[in-house]
Design a protein around this ligand. Structure first.
Ligand code: ATR
Length: 273
């Protein structure tokens, strides 16, 4: 039986086994999917052991996405752009293809599940850490009118802008720099929600038709989504859909079949909320 696994530290709360088992059941694929805890100093060794016992692929979660990027022997364009890897596909002779499905998962959720096309929209991406980084290329590939990256530490947003400088529609700065602009899609890729905090957003950024998207999935509205609602944003979404969509993209890389996500998203919502 082909075996896959998610690797992280901690790993107990990972929803990936639940999601991948649902995908396998739905598509009739015979596969195993495990959760593996790696010690903080033995990521590479743990991957190698799994590979040697015949593992076919892995999902990589916190805090190993950068180490996974370094360990891959080949990278997809989107993993290269993200400078982080969340999916391995093991090949012959010990090769490791590194992919990053997080940004594609976000784009799928916005376009297909929420039904909001990204083309020609003005997007505000909040944050300049790993989560924001992975979203940039997949968002730009949908040709938004503007992708503005706002960060508390503006130098990190400017560095991301530099990396993607070939794309004309990209801007970067502090949150205040975007006061006076209104956006169609506002995506919180900061870790502020984890501390029950809100990025320092000026008022007036949300169009009445705006989508406010928090990458975090949570049983209650995050401070960002509460603020967005008070600012009049029409659509609110948390990261549950993105979580399932990035998993579907990994499943597709491994099995060549794209599972349906809607029922799994609903199941996960019921499970988490
Ligand atoms: P991740 O991999 O989840 O993106 P990270 O690389 O540690 O995590 O990045 C965290 C991001 O959240 C950063 O953009 C950080 O802003 P700074 O670069 O200025 O530190 C942002 N962040 C964290 N807490 C925040 C808060 N309370 N308000 C605004 N931004 C915050």
């Amino acid at each position: 039986t082909d075996t896959y696994a998610v690797i992280g530290n901690p790993i107990k709360h990972s929803q990936s086994p639940f999601i991948q088992h649902e995908f396998a059941r739905q598509t009739g694929q015979i596969m195993r999917y495990e959760a593996i805890l790696a010690a903080l100093d033995s990521f590479a060794q743990t991957v190698k052991t799994f590979q040697q016992r015949g593992g076919k692929g892995m999902n990589i979660t916190v805090p190993f996405k950068l180490e996974a990027y370094a360990l891959a022997t080949q990278l997809t364009d989107r993993a290269q752009a993200a400078q982080a890897v969340n999916t391995f596909k093991f090949g012959a002779n010990g090769t490791i293809l590194g992919d990053n499905t997080d940004g594609a998962g976000l784009v799928h959720d916005i376009e297909f599940n929420l039904g909001i096309p990204i083309a020609d929209k003005r997007i505000l991406l909040m944050g300049a850490g790993g989560a924001a980084h992975g979203a940039i290329l997949p968002l730009l590939q949908q040709h938004p009118a503007l992708l503005a990256i706002a960060n508390r530490t503006p130098a990190k947003a400017l560095a991301l802008q530099q990396q993607f400088a070939g794309h004309s529609s990209i801007a970067a700065g502090h949150y205040q720099d975007f006061a006076g602009t209104d956006f169609d899609i506002l995506i919180n890729a900061t870790s502020a929600s984890l501390q029950d905090k809100l990025p320092p957003l000026p008022a007036g950024l949300f169009k009445t038709t705006a989508l406010a998207y928090d990458m975090l999935y949570s049983s209650k509205l995050t401070p960002f989504l509460i603020f967005a609602q008070a600012q009049g944003a029409q659509h609110l979404a948390d990261g549950t859909g993105m979580l399932v969509e990035q998993a579907a993209e990994s499943f597709f890389l491994w099995r060549g079949i794209r599972p349906k996500t809607q029922t799994v998203i609903k199941q996960l919502r019921d499970k988490l909320h």
